[in-house]
Design a protein around this ligand. Structure first.
Ligand code: C2E
Ligand code: CA
Ligand code: CA
Ligand code: CA
Length: 274
């Protein structure tokens, strides 16, 4: 134990130091990886709920940490968010994905946006600059956001959203059903799409209240004329039920895991055969 300035005693906790140390190392390596453009992007197919044909892709960041192997986005995205690296990371993903989209003139693109990026007053300007540099068509692009920032700071969120929508890009409410999601936000903020979180999709198996909740939610979204995508679809039974409930787009391992652009290209070409 050692004395602190105010006369309190702090006990040395080796586990906590080790954890902090590991996090610092992760942050340093992540910073280097972003600067060296070492992050990669995978694309997950989004299909039409009726035809099961690919109509779009969601871009997801991947990091293969030198000397360690792949690190999950559930680990490195929160680190990027808490260290401010997310601005750079997010724009890198958007830029790369917009460039790649030119390969597939008939597909839509979804890109995830963190609240931290959204908070930057210049965010819409950065997005506009990416669209200009890549000659991407904003009407084919959806930015996916969770409701957190909208609850915390509704006025600023509304203003930021309006700036983005002026660019012609679409905005989806992501992870619906994973937290305290309220359909009220859909209308209030003018979201263009609702994405049902995989946790709600997987709860379908249990039957009962999850099914009721899902049906009520999708019915409400549809009454507002807001289209619905379900993520995490793994079985045909889920796909069928979601389709019957009114989801118009599906995404999940049943249709394809996140994959390289080369693999998307094969699916895209197959899709276009007569
Ligand atoms: P998300 O936006 O909700 O993305 C869906 C996650 O579910 C992805 O995990 C995807 O690989 C996974 N998934 C898709 N289909 C299935 C399925 O059928 N079953 C199961 N069990 N999982 C499925 P991933 O790629 O690990 O990403 C996790 C989260 O990290 C994302 O959740 C997103 O919030 C965040 N993320 C990933 N890339 C980015 C990025 O470029 N920017 C930001 N801000 N966040 C990102
Ligand atoms: Ca998403
Ligand atoms: Ca989700
Ligand atoms: Ca998410």
């Amino acid at each position: 134990a050692k004395e602190t300035g105010r006369g309190r005693t702090e006990y040395y906790q080796p586990e906590m130091d080790a954890e902090r140390e590991e996090r610092n190392m992760l942050e340093i390596d992540l910073r280097i990886a972003i600067e060296r453009r070492e992050l990669t992007i995978v694309y997950q197919p989004v299909v039409d709920a009726r035809t099961w044909r690919i109509i779009g892709i969601e871009a997801l960041a991947r990091w293969n940490r030198t000397g360690y192997g792949p690190v999950s986005p559930d680990i490195f995205i929160p680190i990027a968010e808490s260290t401010g690296l997310i601005d750079q990371l997010g724009l890198f993903v958007l830029h790369r994905a917009c460039e790649t989209l030119t390969l597939w003139p008939e597909l839509k693109l979804a890109v995830n946006i963190s609240p931290g990026q959204f908070r930057d007053p210049a965010f819409a300007l950065h997005v506009a600059s990416v669209f200009r540099k890549t000659a991407a068509d904003p009407s084919r692009i959806t930015l996916e956001m969770t409701e957190g920032y909208f609850i915390q700071n509704p006025e600023r969120a509304r203003a930021a959203l309006a700036k983005l929508k002026q660019l012609g890009v679409k905005i989806a409410l992501d992870d619906f059903g994973a937290g305290f999601s309220s359909v009220g936000y859909l209308r209030q903020f003018g979201f263009d799409r609702m994405k049902i979180d995989k946790s709600l999709v997987h709860a379908l198996e249990e039957g009962g209240r999850a099914v009721d909740l899902l049906q009520a939610t999708v019915a409400l979204a549809r009454s507002l004329e807001i289209p619905v995508t379900a993520e995490g679809v793994e079985t045909e039974a889920q796909a069928l039920q979601l389709r019957l409930t009114g989801c118009d787009e599906l995404q999940g391992y049943l249709f394809g895991k996140p994959m390289s652009s080369e693999q998307i290209d094969i699916i895209y070409r197959g899709n276009r055969l007569p």
